[in-house]
Design a protein around this ligand. Sequence first.
Ligand SMILES: [Ca+2]
Ligand SMILES: [Ca+2]
Ligand SMILES: [Ca+2]
Ligand SMILES: [Ca+2]
Length: 180
Amino acid sequence: MLTELQTKKWIRLFQVYDANGNGVVEKEDFEAIFQNVAKARNLTQGTPEYDRLHGKFMEDWEHLRKDADKNNNGKVELAEWLEHGERRINNSDMYQTVIDLANQIFELLDLNGNGVISVEEYRTFFQSWRIPEELAVEVFPKLDLNGDGGITKDEFVVLVQQFHQSDDPDAPGNLFFGPY
Ligand SMILES: [Ca+2]
Ligand SMILES: [Ca+2]
Ligand SMILES: [Ca+2]
Ligand SMILES: [Ca+2]
């Protein structure tokens, strides 16, 4: 079972993924988020980088659909999402999943590719995922665990792990997608 805190965070994540706000996570949401991310990165349709990123988003959707869409209607309802979350958390490979996920998201966020996520890059991330930008500025100092002004990959792995798994209400990673 997910704890109350974990449930809250997974619901938050559901809302973030449900980009068009219709109460289910579906392919259209992944397309919408991809469009915003492509825009933030100034990617032009038809370029290899655009196609590569689009392929990745579609692959992520397929993985989610396979694991979560149990009634096979092409949409992930909240109940299916929470069951998926529970499986993710209890998976013995969770650590590897977190590392993979952290690597993947880090690459998306680190727009200038210098290995550190700045507050500006974090703000762009929130913008792309339709989370109010001002929240990025609010939570960033908490996510910057050593307070040096940037989020490194090591910090990022800790945050992603905390967001998905931690049952500690004070874990900074809980704020990964803003207050929940
Ligand atoms: Ca949706
Ligand atoms: Ca479904
Ligand atoms: Ca950077
Ligand atoms: Ca830092």
